[in-house]
Design a protein around this ligand. Sequence first.
Ligand SMILES: [Zn+2]
Ligand SMILES: [Zn+2]
Length: 388
Amino acid sequence: MNTLFSDRHYAKLSATTEAGISLASPTQTSSQRTYHYIGGNVKTKGYAAFDESGELRLWQFERRPVGDNDILIEIKYASICHSDIHQQKGDWGKQTYPQVPGHEIVGIVAAVGKQVTKFKVGDRAGIGCMVDSCLECDSCKTGLEQYCDTTLFTYGNPDNREPTTITQGGYSTHIVVRDHFAVHIPDNISLPEAAPLLCAGITTYSPLMKYKIKSGDKIGVVGIGGLGHLAVKIAIAKGAKVYAFTTTAEKEPEIRKLGVEEVIVVDDLRKLQPYKGKLDYMIATVPEQFAAAQYAATVKPFGYFTVVGMGKDFMLNISNIVMSYSQVNFNASLIGGIAETQEVLEFCSKTGVRPQIQLISAQQINQAWKDVIAKKARFRYVIDIATI
Ligand SMILES: [Zn+2]
Ligand SMILES: [Zn+2]
């Protein structure tokens, strides 16, 4: 018997229930026996941070019941974003613990609320960095839910509906989410490969599409990790010539295999000199302080330079004088909206762009976090949630 829900919440193999919630039948989800769910909190297991140490431990907790507009997802995979580490370590401000990180989440829909039409039980679904917003303001109405004043991000945001009082992320067995904030996974993308597209993919795709890449454009990518390697692949899929800038010499062979024009190992900022004013556009994914203005100066005057990586305290120091001489337009971007997140999945489905992933067990999460900090990931760790 499935032990993930308390007994009082089962109604074995009934049809859609009084509460309007249905669960997968045994034929709809793999080998697990499943039962129709009739309400109440959802018992969940996950890996949580308990303090700022950066060490995660197994934790049992409950999620809110599946509401009329919610879906319950049985999580299959969740990938590791550097943001998970920054937030749990308190780099972005004081946190409430225990807190389960993870905002690149994929799984199978196991229950739907009675108002839900977007998903049905058995569908493959993904969740990225957001789980709710007002859906009524100008940002929400124009597909920019991430800029809504009331956006709930996937973990660590106060949410009184949740028994733990905050949103809890995807390093866990189940998640309850408003249907609008889940996206469909195209059939030809495997679930583990879909996970990194939900933050790393959309975060790089969104500004790259706004730039409107033309075939042959020279695009610079700074920082070739989870986000950067996807920026490289997306830009190449659009016909660009990509210049990959990294500070990690050991990554060079792997980066070359991505099909870039050049790999520039920037162990000294003087290595940027030959590229001054040469590139059409540049995106920087570095999740820490870096010499942004010096990199931006590789872009042609009045070209664009976009920052998507976020370091400690969300601060980035920029040399004003270097920026002035480069005459480059500097901007920043935060993930992307829900419709655009669906769009990046369709784009990857059509173009064959897939993240390069390393599958790990839940027991390897703590080591994987250390490896991400040490820049050893090639390029995204994906947790097999079945191992929790
Ligand atoms: Zn992320
Ligand atoms: Zn809104």
